[in-house]
Design a protein. Structure first.
Length: 316
């Protein structure tokens, strides 16, 4: 099959047959580069044409193996349905079945057909995800992507896309930078964040936040500080309470999981989504206590002192 250099401008006047041929032969690496170079406005102008949008989505899904890392595809098992919309209207509904490295495309999927997960987003976000420009995990947190069903499977698909011309993963949904998380949460609705933190993605988010927390302790502010604060996080899908202990000892911080030992200065109990807002600067510790979102047992002053020595990630 001969590769052609993509010219998105030629799609402005293409009919459905020409669009289908374009997406059937275009070199995937060059297409990714062209999409990355295009503005949202330019892409939306194309998406608004039914014949272009349908050909693009079907062509991309049908050739997804060319955009992806085979080793990651081989890890996926199950059926994912894509419900793609624009301006609140459902425009495309297709499904992909993954089994032992094989992908089967099911165009115009039936809403009643069995699926392990339904992934709902805009056509624009879908294109940006497939081109490796956006992180599926961050989109899920921010509300640009909705997941019903197996969140691990959905985010696994979000991590299969590769950097054009290489075998490297473009975006790993489980690699969450705290600043990016803080930015993603700027305008997210509380009910959506609670839903996310009641899904399988919860362990990824909390794991990354606590793993990176010591990096945000200010050595100067914490130079003479010694404290141990426990966190009991509720709202997990399993119903279990997750436990972490943060220790600051003269400028250095460590995080341990579990509930080892009883010599904590204070213990903070809260919902997982409230902790995430606290850790990203979207919930004031004092306001959280006054509203009852954060329940502190033990030395409240020590709990507040912990927040005072951490430079909370600032949203961009």
């Amino acid at each position: 099959m001969t590769a052609v250099r993509p010219d998105l401008d030629q799609l402005r006047t293409a009919d459905s047959g020409e669009a289908a041929r374009f997406f059937g032969v275009v070199d995937p690496e060059l297409l990714v580069q062209a999409v990355a170079a295009a503005s949202d406005a330019d892409l939306l102008e194309l998406i608004d044409r039914d014949e272009i949008r349908s050909a693009a989505v079907a062509g991309i899904l049908g050739r997804l193996h060319e955009f992806s890392v085979p080793e990651r595809v081989a890890r996926l098992h199950g059926v994912i349905r894509f419900d793609l919309q624009q301006r609140g209207t459902l425009l495309e509904r297709h499904a992909l079945a993954f089994d032992e490295g094989i992908m089967e495309l099911r165009l115009d999927a039936d809403e009643q057909a069995p699926a392990d997960v339904v992934l709902s987003t805009s056509v624009l976000v879908f294109i940006r995800l497939v081109s490796g420009e956006r992180n599926a995990g961050l989109e899920y947190l921010a509300g640009g992507l909705d997941i019903e069903g197996d969140a691990d499977l959905a985010l696994g698909v979000g991590g299969i896309f590769r950097v054009p011309g290489t075998d490297s993963v473009a975006m790993d949904p489980t690699a969450l930078d705290p600043v990016d998380v803080a930015t993603a949460l700027k305008s997210v609705k509380g009910d959506h964040l609670a839903k996310v933190m009641h899904s399988g993605f919860r362990t990824v988010v909390l794991g990354e936040v606590f793993r990176r927390l010591p990096d945000f302790v200010d050595p100067k502010k914490a130079a003479k500080v010694q404290l141990r604060v426990g966190f009991r996080l509720t709202g997990a899908p399993s119903g279990e309470v997750e436990r972490y202990v943060v220790e600051v000892d003269r400028g250095m911080a460590t995080v341990t999981t579990g509930d080892e030992g009883s010599d904590r200065d204070a213990t903070v109990t809260c919902e997982g989504h409230d902790f995430l807002r606290l850790a990203t600067g979207h919930l004031s510790p004092i306001a959280g206590v006054l509203r009852g979102q954060l329940k502190v047992k033990g030395d409240r002053a020590k709990a507040l002192q912990l927040s005072s020595v951490i430079d909370i990630p600032q949203a961009r």
